[in-house]
Every structure is written in structure tokens, then in C-alpha cells.
Design a protein around this ligand. Structure first.
Ligand code: ACO
Length: 422
């Protein structure tokens, strides 16, 4: 079998054979034959925007691997910080590299006092923490102007450490400010997730001790959310990064993309939906209304997965461990019933709509007392590692600036008409 496609321009009879490489065909070859014919692909459903060696996703088979390692093994055996290193630098760290990496991140968790006083505390009292996060991440670029030197490896690495380290501090700070609680400074004696929980929940105790089960559960959730190849937020990161903007500005754009309900905002939407359903007896009617086109089943369906999202399986197991500590989230029964009804219904089966990562994550976050507004923030913290991995890869690939074409469908040429002649 020849691994190529042949394209013929029926207007001229000219043909071109294009080899299939790594599952794609080169648009450059297409361009040779069809210079002014653009590929119409809104939403990039059939467009590979880049080559990437970071995350492999087989949506039909329900497979997810970071740098070749199955997500199931990483969730069971690794830590978020180790996974972050793996995603960014391509290999699991040696013991010395891991120690240096963990140490560097632990010692970059503090934020400049002006970020706290002037930026975080400058928001309205009921500001959404995601809006605060987007803005404060962008503000970091003004505190580290050297970050613009994206081609200097040492400077790049410094911003990577800073961004991963400061994200939980900004996230917890946004929460504290939105509930009128004083800011809690990072505690460098704690591990990454325990420190975050301390900054979230510490009140008057001299040293906050997170429950180790909850701390580990959060670490597992962070591993699962760390990367997901060319999703909307990562694409935003790469598009902004391709203009050679500094990484904080690009991260702010990626965080903003994640904010939307079709992306990272879905876990918030799931809890609202389950609360609205209210009781397992109402599940069948709710599913019926979805099938009639009255809204979507939140936490179901995925652009790439046409099978059970492998992360959803792990999250379901994690939920059981968390509920042993926190008590069961009363919405769990509704969620389980909803999954059962949907997966037995031809509407969902024929469209290959399965639970995605967001279907169960919100139940865990809620049981751990996180307010709903923090759910997407909890997604943004670990996704920072993935965004930075893609940003670094893009810089090293020296990719062209992202600049797609359009199919113009507007008015033809016409002359300006003065305002009183219209
Ligand atoms: N509930 C009901 N029907 C759905 C759902 C859903 N959640 N998702 C898709 N469909 C239906 C569509 O109505 C469409 O049906 P049709 O062919 O009869 O018109 C078909 O399935 C295909 O849907 P598309 O919108 O074309 O699929 P797309 O790949 O564009 O959308 C998306 C993917 C946005 C995730 C979608 O499934 C959705 O809105 N899900 C709910 C929100 C959600 O859970 N988002 C989180 C995604 S994971 C993440 O970002 C972390």
C-alpha cells in the first residue's frame, strides 16, 4: 500500500502526490498545486497545527500517554511535580534532578507583595477567581520583564519554575480575597499540594496539616489534568507564544481559554446540572430533555475521545478514596444514575458520548470544600505544566507565527456613503 494521497485540480488536470507522514499530509505540498485554495476547517477539526512529542492521545481507543508513559501508571506511581518535569523536559527526572526541581519550585512560591496588595486585593469583593487568575498571571509579565528573552535557555527555565510555583499561590490568593479571608503565605516545609491546601484553608493554626489522602487525591487530579495535547487552551498558548510574547502573557491567554464552559468550565457546569436535577428520580426526565435539544449533558462528550475518557475512570476511583475521608457527596448517586441512563441510551451511544474528565472531578472538589468558582482554577494550576511544555517545544521548534486564512463571505466592493445619505 502506498502511504500517500494524490490530489488533482480538475480545473487544470494537474496532480500532485503527497506522502502521508506521521498520520498527516504537508500543507506545503498542497500549496504547490493549490496556492490560493484554503482548507476550510473552523474549529481545526481536521488540522494538525504542529508536530509535538509531548502527549499522545488516541480518542477512539481511550488512550492517553505523557511522553510515552500511560496516564494510569503516572497517576498511580508518580507525583504532579515529577510529571511536570517529564512533560516539559521529555524524560523522568533523575533523583538529583527531582530534588533540584522540587527545591526550585518550593522556593519560588512567593509572589511580589504588589501582586497581592495592588492586583489581587484590587478586585471587587465578589470577583470570580478565574477572572482574577487570568489578570494576575498576565500581571506577572510586568514583574519579570526579562521573561521576554525567550531564546535564552536559562531565562526560559526560570520562568517555567516561577509560573508552576506561583500558580497555586495566585489561585489560593484569589479564593481568599473573594471570601474576605486574609492571604496565607506559602509554607516551604510542605509539598506542592499540601502547601496549596494550607494557603486555601489555614485560619489561625500555626501550621496547617492537610489530610494526606486529600493531598494525594489532589496530586492525582493534578497529574490527570497536566496536559491534553492541542486542546483549546494549549492552542491559545501556542498561538500567543508564536508571536514571541513572554510566557506569562501567553499563559494568561491559555487560562482565559480554559475559563469557557465548553472547556475547563465544564466541571462547574456539571455540579450546577446535578444540583438542578436534584434527585435520581428526575434523571430520566433530564436525559429526555437533553435529547429534545434543551441543553447538553455537561461532562459528557469530547472532541477527541469517542470512548470512555481514561482520566474519568481514574477520577472515579479517586472519588471513592476522597469520600472515605469527607463523606459521600450526595450528588454522586445522581451522577452515577445519569451515567448509567446515558450509556444505555442510543442517542449517546450512537454519538459516542461518554463521561469526560469533568464529569466526576467536580464531585471530588465539592466534597473537599472547594467552592464551585474554584473548579476551573483547580484545572488551571496543573495545566500550567502542559502549557509550558508546549510553549517550550514551540520556541525550540522555531515555529512560524500562527496566522490562518479565511474564506471571505462578506460584501463586494462598495463606496462609502455619508451618514445623512444612508
Ligand atoms: N450532551 C448532549 N448532546 C451532545 C453533547 C452533550 N454533552 N455533546 C455533543 N452532543 C451531540 C451534539 O448535539 C451533536 O449531535 P448532532 O450530531 O445530532 O447535532 C453531536 O453530539 C456532536 O456534537 P458536537 O458539538 O459536534 O461535538 P464537538 O466535538 O464540537 O463538541 C464538546 C465537544 C464541546 C466537548 C461537547 O461534547 C460538549 O458541549 N460537551 C458538554 C460540555 C463538556 O463537558 N465540556 C468538557 C470537555 S472536556 C474538557 O474540556 C476538559
Amino acid at each position: 500500500m502506498t502511504e500517500s494521497v494524490t490530489i488533482t485540480d480538475n480545473r487544470t488536470g494537474e496532480s500532485i502526490e503527497i506522502p502521508i507522514v506521521d498520520g498527516g499530509i504537508d500543507a506545503g505540498s498542497w500549496k504547490k498545486l493549490l496556492g490560493n485554495i484554503w482548507f476550510a476547517d473552523p474549529g481545526f477539526t481536521q488540522t494538525a497545527a504542529t508536530e509535538s512529542a509531548i502527549t499522545e492521545l488516541d480518542g477512539e481507543a481511550g488512550v492517553l500517554r505523557y511522553r510515552g508513559y500511560p496516564i494510569e501508571q503516572l497517576a498511580e506511581k508518580s507525583t504532579y511535580l515529577e510529571v511536570a518535569f517529564l512533560l516539559i523536559y521529555g524524560e523522568l527526572p533523575t533523583p538529583q534532578q527531582y530534588e533540584d526541581w522540587t527545591h526550585a519550585i518550593t522556593y519560588h512560591t512567593f509572589i511580589h507583595e504588589n501582586v497581592r496588595k495592588r492586583t489581587l486585593e484590587g478586585f471587587h469583593h465578589d470577583a470570580h477567581p478565574m477572572g482574577m487568575l487570568v489578570s494576575t498571571v498576565a500581571a506577572l509579565s510586568t514583574f519579570y520583564p526579562e521573561a521576554k528573552d525567550i531564546h535564552v535557555e536559562e531565562i526560559r527555565n526560570k520562568q517555567i519554575v516561577r509560573a508552576i510555583a506561583k500558580m497555586p499561590t495566585l489561585a489560593a490568593g484569589a479564593h481568599r480575597s473573594s471570601v474576605g479571608m486574609p492571604f496565607v503565605y506559602p509554607d516551604n516545609t510542605l509539598d506542592f499540594t499540601s502547601n496549596f491546601l494550607s494557603m486555601m484553608w489555614k485560619i489561625a493554626e500555626p501550621h496547617y496539616e492537610a489530610d494526606p489522602v486529600l493531598s494525594r487525591a489532589l496530586d492525582v487530579l493534578f497529574i490527570l489534568h497536566a496536559d491534553h495535547e492541542q486542546n483549546c487552551g494549549t492552542t491559545a498558548m501556542r498561538v500567543i507564544g508564536s508571536s514571541h510574547a513572554d510566557p506569562y502573557s501567553a499563559l494568561a491567554g491559555a487560562t482565559a481559554a480554559l475559563y469557557g464552559p465548553r472547556h475547563g468550565g465544564a466541571n462547574e457546569a456539571v455540579i450546577k446540572m446535578l444540583t438542578e436535577i436534584g434527585h435520581i428520580d428526575n434523571v430520566a426526565d433530564y436525559v429526555k430533555s437533553v435529547k429534545e435539544g434543551k441543553g447538553r449533558l455537561q461532562g459528557f462528550g469530547h472532541r477527541v475521545y469517542k470512548n470512555y475518557d481514561p482520566r474519568a475512570k481514574i477520577i472515579k476511583e479517586t472519588a471513592d478514596k476522597v469520600f472515605e475521608v469527607t463523606g459521600k457527596n450526595p450528588l454522586l448517586d445522581i451522577a452515577l444514575k445519569l451515567e448509567e441512563v446515558a450509556l444505555a441510551d442510543d442517542y449517546f451511544v450512537s454519538r459516542k458520548l461518554y463521561p469526560n474528565v469533568d464529569f466526576y472531578s467536580g464531585l471530588i472538589y465539592q466534597a473537599m470544600r472547594f467552592p464551585i468558582e474554584m473548579f476551573t482554577v483547580l484545572f488551571a494550576i496543573p495545566r500550567t505544566a502542559g502549557w509550558l511544555a508546549h510553549w517550550r517545544e514551540l520556541v525550540l521548534q522555531d515555529q512560524k507565527i500562527a496566522r490562518p486564512r479565511q474564506l471571505y463571505t462578506g460584501s463586494g466592493p462598495r463606496d462609502y456613503v455619508g451618514i445623512y445619505q444612508r
